[in-house]
Each structure stands twice: as C-alpha cells, then as structure tokens.
Design a protein around this ligand. Structure first.
Ligand SMILES: [Zn+2]
Length: 674
C-alpha cells in the first residue's frame, strides 16, 4: 500500500515518510530518488526490490528494442541478464493507450517486481531511464564493456511509483558539426547522453560556411570540396593544414537508427540561402556573385580564437537562378530520404542581402515576381522550400530571420534572437521552438571564473538556464499552445574537441531537460541543484567532462567596515565554519561589488590559522561597478577541526565608504579545463 498519493495526475509532488530515509540508508540507497528531469508524480514507499541473475520480463514486441536499449548499461555493468517469458515475469511492460502523452509512462517498483506501462516505445525508454536513475551510479559507467567485467553486487531499487509525461514535445539540443567536425561515435555519444535526460530532439547542424558535412550523391562536390578547409593552427599548432570531414548517407542512417531507439528524433539542418560559403565553394555558379572560391577558413585555435581570417568569396546563394532553387530542392529530397523527421530545418539566418542587391539576376527575379525587395526574395525562396517540403509530408523550420518579408504558410520558427520571433510566430498561428541565445545558448560561458575555457562572449549560467521558461508572458494560453518547447544550441566555434563539447553542454543540458519535461509549478532551483549535486557520480561514471563550480560565501563588506578619507583598514572574517570541507590547495577568493556609490580598493588577502599567517596574496585590486584584479589566490592547508581560520582583507573605500559586496570562494571541479 502506498504511504500517500496524489490522484491528480500531472500535479507535481514528492511524498515520503521519514522512516524511508532510514530504510534507504540501511539499503545503501540515497534517501530521495534524484531523478532528473523531475517526474510529474513520484510516490516513494518503504522497501526495495533486488535484481540479480536472470531477470524475466514480458514486453510487447514493438516495445522490446526500446526496453532492452534503455537497460543496456544495467546489462553491461550489472550482474543481470534478461530473459523473455510469458509466465510471472519480474518486469512487465505493457501498452497503455489511455496515457495523456505519447512519451508518457508509468513505473511501479514493488518488492515483487516492476510494472512499466507506456503508449509508445519512447515512453518505455523513458521508464527505463527513470529506473536506471534509481540504481547505483556506477552502472552508468559503460554502455559496452569487455567480457567478464560485470559487477557482482545485487542491484537494489527503492519501492516507488511514478506517473510521468513531458510538458513540451520539443526538448532539443543542437550540435554544430560544421565549425568543428565530430566523428560518428562522438555524435552517437552526444545523442545517448541526451536521451538519458529525456531530451528528444537532436538538431544536427550539418552545413555551414566552414564545412559541408552531408553527403549528397547527386552533388558530390559539396563534400569533395565543401567538406574541407585550410585550417590554421589546428590540429597541428603553427601549421595550416586541410581540416574537415563529412557523414556518408549510411553513417547518417545509422545515427538516425541509433537515436530512434533512444526516443530521439534527428532534425537535420541544411543552411540556405546564407551561411553557404562551403556550398558556393563546391558550386560557384550557384553563388551570388558566382566566382570560384575556397571553403571559409577558420580561426587560429587556440592562439587567436577570435580572429577570423578573411577569405574572398560569398556565403549567399543566387536566388535569381532557377538552377539554384532546383539544386536546393534536390538536396532536400536526399535529406528526406535519410531523415524521417517531420521537421526539416532550412536555416535562413544571417543572410548578407547586399549580394542580392548587387546581383542582376536576383534583381530580375524580384522585379518579375513583384517581390518586396531582398526581404521579399528571401520570403519567396522560403515559400518555395515550404511548398516542396509540405508536398512530401514534411514541415519547414528555420531561424527567426525567415520572418523577414513574410513567413511561409506552414513554417515553424526557431527563435534565437531573443523571444520576439517566437512570439510573433505564435501570435500569427505558427509553431515556434524557443532557443534565445541570451538565455540558453550552450556556446556562451557559464561562469565568471577565469578558469573557464574560451567561449562565445556572454554568460548563461546553469541557474539562468534553469530559470528560463519557454512560454513568454506576452502570449495568451491559446497562443502558448504554439510553443513546441525549447532547445539549447551548441555552436562549435570554440569547441574543437569532445571534452569541450562536454564542458559546454553539461550540466546545462540537464537544466534544459528539466525545463522542457517537468511541470512549471514544481520547478525549484535549490531542489534541482541539490538533485544535480547528488547526480554528479552519474555524470562522472558516464565520463562527462561537465562544468562544476562550488561556491561559498566567506563574508560581506559594508560601509560600516570602511573608514572615510581613504584610510586603509584590515577587515577580519571568521571563516572557520564557511571554509569547512574545503579541499586543500590553491583557492580563488573573489570580491564582488553588489551596490553603493563607490568601490573597494584592495591591497591584500591573508589566511590566518589560530592567528598565524599561513598564506597571503598581495596585489592591487578593485571591486566596484567595474572590477580589476579582484580575485586573490590563497593556499589552503588541510583544515584542522580544532583551529580557527580568519580571512584578513586589507583595503580602503575608493572615493568614499558607500560600497557593499560579497567575498566568496569558488572551486572549479571540472576534470579537464585545458
Ligand atoms: Zn544573385
């Protein structure tokens, strides 16, 4: 019998009696299931189910692949194998047509067995992912293991009941494979990790000026020429060498299959009519103007990350020529043969329309079609593609610039320049996916910490990403139905290797997953951070090089501590309690101004143990509305439980005493930073 329950499905709740905490400790389980994203309804009860040896199961044949795939890590790393049976199975998977969502599921663990019900294979996969999160983190270690390395400890799963379904149907991440190229294995790992957190759209940015990655059999020059560029500085420092790669049609089909088994739809993107430098390099006659050119070169990584060497040429297709439009449609036909996704992304962003202004044939098209200038030409082209895709049963999606000159009839907007594109789309009856760059882009930094590797300018911290809600306040409930969900975009300008992809993506992708999946009313930053903190052993076991920064407050300065007339003062902060648990070694102490007319000029920071100086950093710094040198490095010893630790700050009010701020320490615990 359940200890408590809420019958109102869809309401967020977690119900647990205190006794479970002790039971869980005895069993070596965590006290509270830390499922990410948070299920709609979770009811915990006393007891546990133990799994070991041959686990019998029953499952409809159409769900079997998702079920087995979802438990792959358990089968690889745990002392468990599966055997199908019709008689008294330990795990019973059944189809339940009355669930509110295609992706919804219910999961019930009792001391006697596990019941899973879902409407579709996706729901079954999600049930297994929640189930895996109830098992020891070490099981997440490998999806494929060498033989004979399975664990021998029985797996203990807490008794509970979950009813779950997503808030939004589109919970996506975008990976840019053009700026830097990832291997098929890297792409599959990216998708696999997404699926663990119930993210369900992998938007694959396959083409851009810096490399064309989609193998077209009809237009082979796209990859013969367009997939390669001369790259200064990487992978060999100091040399400029040929860099690139592409995905064969067979490889892309394999990625689609791999993703589908994990509930992930691959939405391919072919950028048109801008961002086409590589396209035009392959077929110069389709550019505007149509002259021979190289594929775009890229920055010198990592020495000179922000310098983009200029290459002669154009990144814009010539839409005055019928041939261009024909080739684009034929490429999309090839794309549709490989990708069953209902949505095909056609880009449409950042078109340099001056090329069309100066092109005779483009101007002739504008005149002949009575189009409204260059915006009208872009809109006309998107309508052509829209009709082409719709006639083949697909839907067009593009970046918010496809609104310029008028949105094509059936188009869906991916809103990246803030929310206005998505709001406009929803208000005019079009669907939209929200991916505002200033809120949830993954190529932006996530910290102010100087240890963070180079990234696109701007910061979207984990907390900021978690705080984002995809439904703008400007929409009525009726209009809000057009918001399909949200997506984090990882442009790989600064992300040339997999450890950096990891670092930019995680743990922010988990926040995106929870915003997309869990009920808005139940979202709570502190609770999420707590679950995520408990979740770290899983991220570690998965081998993810995620960004993690633990910060603590050591004190605050206020005008009361400062003296007028620029007099230097020593401020002592007892940090014995707040430093507790701090790892020995060099730690950064940062001064962050919070308010006031003036700032704090700093001269030194010193650590005292029982009144004795043990580490000091003397340099001039300033913390005000602008700050310089405001981080001090102190060498912390292994802290003695019987000692008193004091942080002594020497400084003065700069121009006056009206200044307030925080003194904090942050430790970056990411495994690899350089
Ligand atoms: Zn032209």
């Amino acid at each position: 019998m359940w200890l408590a329950s809420k019958s109102n499905f869809g309401q967020v709740s977690f119900v647990k009696l205190p006794s479970l905490f002790f039971a869980a400790l005895v069993l070596g389980l965590s006290a509270e299931p830390e499922i990410v994203p948070k299920p709609q309804l979770l009811v915990a009860a006393e007891g546990a189910l133990s799994l070991q040896g041959v686990v019998t199961y029953a499952c409809p044949p159409s769900f079997d692949e998702s079920f087995r795939c979802g438990l792959q890590r358990l089968l690889t790393n745990g002392p468990v194998s599966l055997a199908k049976t019709a008689e008294n199975p330990l795990i019973e998977v059944r189809e339940r047509a009355d669930l509110p969502s295609e992706e919804g599921y219910s999961l019930e663990v009792t001391p006697r067995g596990i019941q899973i019900a879902a409407k579709s294979p996706r729901g079954v996969y999600y049930a297994t992912q929640s189930l895996m999160q109830l098992m020891p983190a070490s099981l997440m270690a490998r999806a494929i293991a060498p033989p004979g390395e399975k664990g021998s400890e029985p797996i203990s799963i807490p008794v509970l009941k979950i009813e779950d379904s997503p808030r939004f149907p589109w919970r996506g991440l975008m990976l840019d494979s053009s700026r830097h190229f990832q291997t098929v294995a890297e792409v599959k790992r990216f998708i696999d990790l997404m699926s663990i957190y119930k993210l369900n759209v992998f938007h694959w940015h396959l083409t851009d000026g810096h490399g064309w990655r989609f193998e077209s059999r009809k237009y082979p020059e796209l990859t013969n020429k367009g997939a390669w560029r001369m790259q200064p500085g990487y992978p060999v420092p100091g040399k400029t060498e040929r860099y690139g790669g592409f995905y064969t049609q067979e490889q892309m089909k394999e990625v689609v299959r791999f993703a589908a088994a994990r509930g992930v739809t691959v939405v391919p993107e072919i950028e048109m009519p801008g961002h086409c430098f590589a396209f035009v390099a392959a077929y110069p006659e389709l550019g505007c103007p149509g002259k021979p050119q190289e594929t775009d070169r890229f920055f010198t990584y990592p020495a000179d990350a922000q310098r983009f060497p200029k290459v002669e040429g154009t990144d814009v297709l010539c839409l005055g020529k019928d041939r261009t439009v024909q080739v684009c449609k034929e490429i999309l036909d090839e794309v549709m043969e490989i990708f069953p996704s209902p949505f095909i992304h056609v880009g449409g962003d950042e078109v340099n329309k001056s090329h069309w202004k100066n092109c005779k044939v483009c101007q002739e098209r504008i005149k002949a079609r009575k189009l409204d200038g260059e915006d009208g030409l872009q809109s006309w082209f998107m309508q052509e593609l829209d009709h082409h895709l719709v006639s083949r049963g697909r839907r067009l999606i593009g970046w918010d610039e496809i609104l310029e000159g008028g949105l094509a009839e059936n188009a869906t907007v991916m809103s990246w320049q803030g929310e206005k594109g998505g709001i406009h789309a929803a208000k005019t009856g079009h669907d939209a996916v929200m991916s505002p760059s200033n809120r949830i882009y993954l190529d932006h930094g996530q910290s102010e910490n100087p240890l963070e590797p180079a990234h696109w300018p701007g910061t979207n911290s984990l907390a900021q990403v978690y705080a984002y809600d995809p439904v703008p306040a400007a929409l009525t409930p009726e209009e809000a139905r057009h918001i399909l969900g949200l997506q984090g975009n990882l442009w790989t300008v600064f992300t040339h290797e997999e450890w950096l992809l990891d670092l930019q993506t995680w743990p922010r992708a988990a926040a995106i997953a929870e915003v997309g999946w869990s009920a808005k009313e139940g979202r709570d930053w502190d609770h999420f951070l707590g679950r995520l903190r408990a979740h770290r052993p899983r991220l570690d076991a998965l081998g993810i090089n995620y960004w993690w920064e633990e910060s603590r407050e050591f004190g605050r300065w206020t005008p009361a501590a400062l003296k007028p007339g620029q007099e230097v003062v020593d401020m002592d902060f007892d940090i014995t309690a707040s430093a507790s648990g701090l790892r020995p070694g060099k730690q950064s102490i940062t001064f962050t101004y919070t308010k006031g007319a003036h700032g704090l000029s700093l001269q030194s920071a010193t650590l005292l143990e029982n009144g004795r100086e043990i580490s000091s950093d003397k340099h001039d710094g300033f913390a005000g509305s602008k700050h310089t040198g405001n981080t001090y490095t102190l060498d912390f010893p292994t802290l003695r439980p019987d000692a008193k630790y004091v942080l002594r700050i020497r400084g003065l009010g700069d121009g006056g005493t009206d200044s307030y701020g925080l003194i904090g320490q942050s430790a970056v615990e990411t495994k690899r930073l350089r």
